[in-house]
Design a protein around this ligand. Sequence first.
Ligand SMILES: Nc1ncnc2c1ncn2[C@@H]1O[C@H](COP(=O)(O)OP(=O)(O)OP(=O)(O)O)[C@@H](O)[C@H]1O
Length: 296
Amino acid sequence: MNAVLQARDLGKKYGRRWALRDCGVDVPAGHVVGLVGPNGAGKTTLLKLAAGQLTPTSGSITVLGGRPTGGSAQLARIGFVAQDTPVYAGLSVGDHLRLGDRLNPGWDAALARERIARLGLDPRRRAGRLSGGQRAQLALTLGLAKRPELLILDEPVAALDPLARREFLQGLMEAVAEQELSVVLSSHLVADLERTCDYLIVLADSRVRVAGEVEDLLATHHRLTGPRRDPGRLPAGQHIVSASHTDRQSTFIVRTDAPIHDPAWSVSRITLEDLVLAYMDQPAPAHLRPVLETHR
Ligand SMILES: Nc1ncnc2c1ncn2[C@@H]1O[C@H](COP(=O)(O)OP(=O)(O)OP(=O)(O)O)[C@@H](O)[C@H]1O
């Protein structure tokens, strides 16, 4: 796999608490990757490690073949739009573009200007006076005008109304179509991920629960409903992702490459949201449950 991001046994501690522990992940190049998982799963920590804003406590992380903290040349290859899309409230939109120009060797001033004009943002307007949606668009513009090879977006649309969200994601998709760019986008809004991402990673308790191309994942996961059955009696090739039972009926979400011929089952497709929820719901392996370490 041609990976834009690879982590091995990656860990980050804040004080005595692990925010991310023993994390292994591969993010393939040339995709818009959706990163999803429960609160506290370690998504922001992973993305900040990838953007060089944090250094690992343990393990390794490689981004575009280099260490994220490997200096300004490496940082120039990565665009990062942090959670809450921070901008400098006291600076104008135009100031942000000038600052971007000064700080980034590959700055595409024409792209930045055109985007700002298309969005109808007044370059003289102070960023602190922009709406949440406009601020997010400004932050996305700064990320794109760097002309990065990898753009990382951490919950960029969480605070936006549905219309602003759609406009933001449309802008992102247009940029992906125009520039050769890999994207990692974290969000809790599965419907948004469904619209924008072609690759999905579900992260829970620092562990990748499932990763793959969205199309493949949806083609290989099925909901089986039928008379109550012990999970142990399902064929070996059907990996059970989730199971629920009533007195008479069992419902399984299974992953399998093979066709399901058992006439006892009613087989239906699942949505991306079903898939995400099924993997997020799986109990964490015991050794991954958060432990507060004590100092001796
Ligand atoms: N600056 C910090 N100091 C101490 N603990 C932190 C800090 N930042 C994150 N954590 C802890 O690290 C863990 C992982 O947090 P992180 O923000 O990476 O998760 P997340 O998956 O992005 O969550 P969310 O979906 O809520 O944004 C959480 O238990 C969190 O409380």
